[in-house]
Structures are given as C-alpha cells and as structure tokens.
Design a protein around this ligand. Structure first.
Ligand code: FE2
Length: 187
C-alpha cells in the first residue's frame, strides 16, 4: 500500500454519509450512493489500514476504528475476517455497507421471513451471494434484509472497509439447517 496520496479522506466520506442520511435516509438508494463513495474512500483514501485507532476483530486480528462516536448514526472501521472461519449467519439491528480493501470474501445476504406461529423460527431467502475482491461493494439493509455471513476465501484474511448503522451490534444468530434463531451474545 505505502504512501498513496489521499484525494478523498475519511472526513470527506463521513461528511457525505451524514448528508445522505439527513437527506434521504438509509434505504437501498441511500446505501447505493454511500457504497459508491465507500469504494472511492478505499481507492483514494490512502492506506486505511494504518489510519484511525486499533480495534479488536474476530479471530484475534487487529483492525482499525476510522470513525466512531458515542450514540452516533453509524461507525466506520477497517475489519479483518480470518480464513477458514465463516462468521455465523447473523443479523444486525441496522444496515451496513462493506468494500474489500484486500483479500477475497464470499458474502451472502438473506431476508428473513419469521413464522408468526412459531417463535424462534425463521425462513431465510437469499438476497445476494457472491465473491468480492478489492473495490467490490455490497450492502445489507435494515430488517428484514439484515441477515448475512462473511467468509474469507483462500488462505489469507479478508480486509474490509465496513460501515455499520447504529452501534453495529449483532441481533440474532441463525441455524440454516434447523430454521431456528437465537439472540446474539453481546461482544
Ligand atoms: Fe455482520
């Protein structure tokens, strides 16, 4: 990576996200515009993996917080997922957008369809599924399209610029085979 010139900064991107949310909310159209600019940040924001402050990641890896405010509308991080360790199929309370900085990831998003007669049971329909490499952008949405799984491909971690709505907390963990879900443990 090294000393690339910054022509679009974290500050520029955070300003754009704030303006977009104020103007048009956090629906699919807003997240598409935000995703295009997240890509711009990855391409033009210099070495994001050396900016911000250290953050704990899954698998004992260290990522970075690029933007995080108590009670803020969103948070931006550099997040690593280790190889051979897919995340559980899980949901967050709010939307999210990610762009690959380096590595390769299979990323799947599902829409949940709860069984009103059977609490704890949910049928999941795939919304999007595919492999992503540097510069590729995908989103998940506010419920019910808030279920997803990150899965690093190959033998290296995948590194993402990850923008998450709210405090980024996980809501539920899903068992695809059994069609069940349970509350996520706070982490
Ligand atoms: Fe997630």
């Amino acid at each position: 990576m090294g000393s690339e010139a910054v022509t679009y900064s974290v500050e520029d991107f955070v300003g754009f996200v704030n303006k977009t949310i104020q103007k048009v909310g956090t629906g699919p159209e807003a997240l598409e515009a935000i995703g295009a600019n997240l890509r711009r940040l990855v391409m033009e924001g210099g070495d994001l993996t050396a900016q911000g402050v250290p953050a704990e990641n899954p698998g004992g890896l260290t990522g970075r917080w690029l933007h995080k405010e108590e009670g803020g509308d969103f948070q931006l991080s550099v997040t690593y997922f280790p190889p051979d360790e897919p995340t559980p199929v899980h949901s967050h309370y709010r939307w999210g957008v990610e762009c690959v900085i380096h590595g390769e990831e299979r990323f799947t998003v599902w829409e949940r369809q709860d069984d009103a007669d059977k609490p704890g049971r949910s049928h999941l329909n795939v919304v999007s599924d595919g492999k992503m490499t540097r510069g590729d952008v995908r989103a998940w949405y506010d419920p019910p399209k808030n279920v997803h799984r990150q899965w690093a491909q190959g033998d290296k971690p995948v590194c993402l610029a990850l923008l998450m709505g709210g405090d980024g907390a996980r809501e539920h963990i899903f068992d695809l085979d059994k069609g069940t879900f349970e509350d996520a443990v706070a982490r």
